[in-house]
Design a protein. Structure first.
Length: 34
């Protein structure tokens, strides 16, 4: 049960960090175009 919870939290943090990195990359690319 504890391992499953840790795995769920780890996956959630991973997807959140991936979304943040994706948004930052989009922002930097848009900034370079101007």
């Amino acid at each position: 049960m504890i391992e499953l919870h840790a795995l769920f939290v780890g996956g959630l943090l991973a997807s959140i960090s991936i979304l943040i990195i994706y948004q930052l990359l989009k922002w930097f690319l848009r900034k370079d175009e101007k």
